[in-house]
Design a protein around this ligand. Structure first.
Ligand code: SF4
Length: 212
């Protein structure tokens, strides 16, 4: 898949970004599940995961670059302590101006990424969710605080282990069932985690809560 993402000139070095949406909600997945967080979702992704629940973000041309000041203000005014920068794939873009502005407002800044593009920005927490068809760059593994591997079928356990072998010793490990097959795959996933207790189960709890 190709996307026509905006070039550096159009992004003014990251002071403008293709914002899809932003909202204050409860983090549903992974290490921070259950905690409130302000989400900033950027448009554009080249991974093409067939089960992606954010396909509406894939084409960045639908989201003309917008100045980051307004979304930083909304996040700061929301009452949140933490902001999740997600997508799409946020690392398609230079993120230092956004993360610096959020941190200057006293907010903790988390990243959700496939790790397939060079890092930019300063983060308090990095969730690496590797995608087989567009794998992480080497540099992503050393930056991951949390590895979240999506399990849609049996061979995804092997993919998860391949990635777990590359992250740091302190990185938390999560296996998350792909939502559309979660019911079917859950018994196998539970058995796997019981047999390999370095892993944790991550559930998309926001879908049960009917929140974004
Ligand atoms: S990497 Fe994430 S946003 Fe991109 S296609 Fe896959 S699930 Fe969707």
């Amino acid at each position: 898949m190709t996307t026509r993402r905006p070039d550096d000139r159009q992004l003014d070095g990251g002071r403008l970004l293709p914002l899809v949406e932003d909202f204050y909600t409860i983090q549903g997945e992974g290490y921070h599940a259950g905690k409130p967080a302000y989400f900033i979702r950027l448009g554009g992704c080249e991974a093409g995961c067939p089960w992606c629940d954010a396909k509406y973000t894939w084409n960045p041309a639908l989201f003309p670059p917008a100045a980051i000041g307004a979304v930083v203000e909304r996040a700061a005014a929301s009452g949140t302590e933490a902001v999740v920068v997600t997508g799409g794939e946020p690392l398609l873009y230079p993120l230092e101006p956004l993360t610096a502005a959020l941190r200057a407002r006293g907010l903790r800044v988390f990243l959700e990424t496939s790790g397939a593009h060079p890092f930019s920005g300063t983060f308090d927490w990095v969730c690496l969710s590797p995608k087989r068809q567009h794998p992480p760059l080497d540099e992503a593994y050393g930056r991951a605080d949390e590895l979240k591997a999506i399990v849609a079928g049996e061979r995804d356990f092997e993919w998860a282990e391949d990635n777990a072998a590359r992250v740091g010793a302190a990185c938390r490990l999560y296996l998350q069932p792909e939502w559309s097959v979660a019911e079917r795959i859950m018994p196998e996933l539970v058995a796997y985690v019981k047999a390999h207790p370095q892993w944790n189960v991550s559930i998309q709890t926001h879908k049960y809560m009917n929140i974004p």
